[in-house]
Design a protein around this ligand. Structure first.
Ligand code: ATP
Ligand code: MG
Length: 393
């Protein structure tokens, strides 16, 4: 018998030929994220992954392992339990009883046993196993009753290459596992929205690189650290993120000199998209992602989005939050624990230079015309991209 964590994952099934590759990626992410916790081994077992301590003498740290694995995108649930190499019904009975007593003691509760039998060669049917094991536990523990419809406790028995017994199912975020062949570049400020946009995209299997526009000395090192911390938090779900930090001050000051203040935000955003697109094309991204939500602020009216979007000519810009209410975005931010990082009070480059009354209905044609007259903008953008550094978190 061995302590294990069974890992369930969804949605891969529909991916046909890619399935094996995606499963392997997911195993790699699990192994990578578990590495700091100890020597754990993750293997495949007929539609599940099984995590165990590599060395028999080590103790399985369920709390920490569950916290790591349940967060990884693509994982639908994790179940702490035991694996039996001796799959005889006698052993399953005995071990199911032991599991029951260890986890629930002898209380007045109702229970049932449910069996999944993917090893079709096993000599008993699922129903026979459930009633056999259920009867055995019922006889051996005082004060308990069977309730097959609404039990307090469900003891799960799974018959695969080995047999597994568990009773707790802890839900993950689900979604698709990150696919190495589909990358996008996220424009990530220190705000509440863009990390959520990154998470929701990653949840659809998109691998994320992030770009942050840094404007020292107008923005502080603490503002930058905040973005690094956000990227670290996002990497909990994805297995790792590359964060590019673009020195944006020169571009920003130059634009400030060249355009009317009420149009500043639109030009800043356009410059960001242009830089991000160049970085994205170099790193193999197929799209950009922003945290824009229509109507949230002046720079995110549909007119503004229209006027900003044309800055990007080769890649689509995904805006996963475009139709979400602020409260829903905040709820997500809390759920994925980026919220507390995002509300640290350090300034963003846009807030430093922004006009009191930014134009809410900019016209794309006018914006493009003004932009064409800003001298050296392309050169400054190329220069910033060329000296951009990245960190892998
Ligand atoms: P967020 O909460 O993500 O900061 P926001 O509601 O503050 O968004 P804006 O400041 O208008 O909105 O920014 C819109 C989007 O532009 C952001 O979601 C982000 O994708 C991108 N963005 C803005 N500032 C930066 C920055 N300094 N670095 C990288 N991306 C940025
Ligand atoms: Mg912001």
């Amino acid at each position: 018998m061995k302590d294990v964590l069974l890992v369930k994952y969804g949605e891969i099934a529909m991916r046909g030929k890619n399935r094996l590759m995606i499963e392997n990626n997911l195993i790699k992410t699990i192994a990578k994220n578990l590495k700091p916790l100890g020597d754990y081994l993750t293997t495949r077992e007929q539609g599940r992954f099984v995590i165990e301590c590599r060395n028999d003498k080590d103790i399985f740290d369920y709390d920490r392992v569950i916290d790591v694995v349940a967060n990884i995108l693509g994982v639908t649930a994790v179940c702490p339990g035991i694996r039996l190499e001796d799959c005889s019904i006698e052993n399953i009975r005995k071990m199911a009883l032991k599991h029951f007593k260890e986890n629930f003691g002898e209380k007045n509760l109702t229970f049932k046993v449910e069996t999944k039998r993917s090893n079709k060669k096993y000599p008993m049917t699922s129903w026979q196993i459930s009633s056999d094991v259920g009867g055995y536990i019922l006889n051996a523990v005082d004060g308990i009753k069977v309730d097959v419809h609404n039990p307090d406790v469900t003891i799960m028995v799974e018959i695969r290459n080995y047999s597994y017994i568990y009773s707790k199912i802890i839900k993950g975020f689900g979604g698709l596992p990150i696919e190495a062949s589909a990358k996008a570049t996220l424009l990530m400020s220190g705000g509440i929205d863009s990390p959520v946009a990154g998470f929701l995209s990653a949840k659809r299997g998109i691998e994320i690189d992030a770009v942050y526009f840094n404007s020292p000395p107008y923005t502080s090192d603490r503002a930058k650290q905040k973005v690094i911390d956000l990227a670290k938090r996002l990497s909990v779900f994805t297995g790792g993120i590359r964060l590019y930090i673009v020195p944006f001050t020169e571009i920003q000051l130059h634009i400030y000199d060249c355009v009317p203040p009420e149009k500043m935000t639109v030009f800043l955003k356009r410059a960001m998209l242009k830089c991000a697109e160049k970085i994205a094309l170099k790193n193999g991204s197929l799209a950009l992602i922003t945290g824009d939500s229509v109507g949230q602020v002046a720079s995110q009216t549909l007119q503004a989005i229209n006027a900003i979007d044309s800055a990007c000519s080769q890649l689509p810009v995904l805006r996963p939050l475009c139709a979400m209410d602020k409260q829903d975005i905040v709820d997500w931010a809390r759920k994925i624990k980026t919220y507390d990082i995002s509300i640290r009070p350090y300034e963003d480059c846009c807030t430093v230079f922004v006009a009191k009354h930014p134009e809410t209905k900019p016209k794309r044609a006018i914006i493009e015309k003004i932009e064409a007259q800003i001298p050296n903008l392309e050169e400054l953008i190329d220069k910033a991209v060329n000296i951009t550094e990245f960190i892998d978190v």
